[in-house]
Every structure is written in structure tokens, then in C-alpha cells.
Write a protein that binds this ligand. Structure first.
Ligand code: RB5
Length: 145
């Protein structure tokens, strides 16, 4: 299951990504926003991050204008590793090395086709574990500090 959300800055790209995934038969939960009206990205980040945290086998996608604010906000939720990606290599590494569970993108930064490639890469790349697990565990430890 893919849980997705955006603010107004990511609204248009979010709708394209939802359609793109649904056309491939991917189960998508769209947490909004549902209009172009201005809204606050931390509210959407919180909703999607909490859903990802409590839904097994899920990943999240968050989109705001730059992807910056919404990724900062999502990373405040314990056990969330939100990765802002504007290229395919970063999307691949965010999964293989960081075990990222939310992909963040900037709707005003990247084009639709690149976004689709980033989404495909993020959703279809597995975490490598090993020495990367040790590092991810150290990130988790920071949450209790
Ligand atoms: C909204 O104008 C914009 O600030 C937001 O979408 C995002 O880019 C924040 O980081």
C-alpha cells in the first residue's frame, strides 16, 4: 500500500502520481490535500507519516513545493525515515542504504516523468541491510535522545 499526501505546492504532481500508480494496479491511499487551496504541509506530513508507521508493508510519498518542508516535518515522527529525492540515484540509495519509508519530492522542482522514475525506483528497491542496518539502528537510537 502506498500512502500519499501533498500540500497545495505538490497537489498537481500528487494527482499525477496517484493516477500513475493506480494505472499499474498499486493500492494507493490519498490523504489529500484535495484542492489547490493553500494548506499547511506539516499537517499532511503528520497524517501520512502516522499512517505509514501503523500500516504494515506500506510506504509513503509526500510532495510539497520543494519537498523540503514536508520532509523535515515527516522526519519528526519516530520510526519515519523520509528522503527528499530529486534524482533516481538518490531514490535507489534512500532504499538500499537508508531504508527510507517515505519518499519526498518537490512538485515545483521536478517534472512529472522524472517523478515517475523516482517513484518506481523507490517502490521497487530493497534495503540491503548488513552494515547499513547498523547505521539505521543508530538513527533509531537518536529518536530516544
Ligand atoms: C508552500 O508555498 C511552500 O512553502 C511549500 O509547498 C514547501 O515548498 C515548503 O517547504
Amino acid at each position: 500500500m502506498v500512502i500519499i499526501g501533498s500540500d497545495h505546492g505538490g497537489f498537481e504532481l500528487k494527482n499525477h502520481v496517484v493516477k500513475y500508480l493506480e494505472e499499474q494496479g498499486v493500492e494507493v491511499k490519498d490523504c489529500g490535500t484535495y484542492t489547490e487551496e493553500s494548506c499547511d504541509y506539516p499537517d499532511i506530513a503528520k497524517q501520512v507519516a502516522e499512517e505509514v508507521k501503523t500500516t504494515s508493508n506500506s510506504k509513503g510519498i509526500l510532495i510539497c513545493g520543494t519537498g523540503i518542508g514536508i520532509s523535515i516535518a515527516a522526519n519528526k515522527i519516530p520510526s519515519i525515515r523520509a528522503a527528499l529525492c530529486g534524482d533516481v540515484y538518490s531514490a535507489k540509495m534512500s532504499r538500499e542504504h537508508n531504508n527510507a519509508n517515505i519518499l519526498c519530492m518537490g512538485g515545483r522542482v521536478i517534472g512529472r516523468e522524472l517523478a515517475f522514475m523516482i517513484v518506481d525506483t523507490f517502490l521497487n528497491t530493497e534495503f540491503l541491510g548488513g552494515r547499513h542496518q547498523r547505521r539505521v539502528d543508530k538513527i533509531t537510537e537518536l529518536e530516544s535522545k
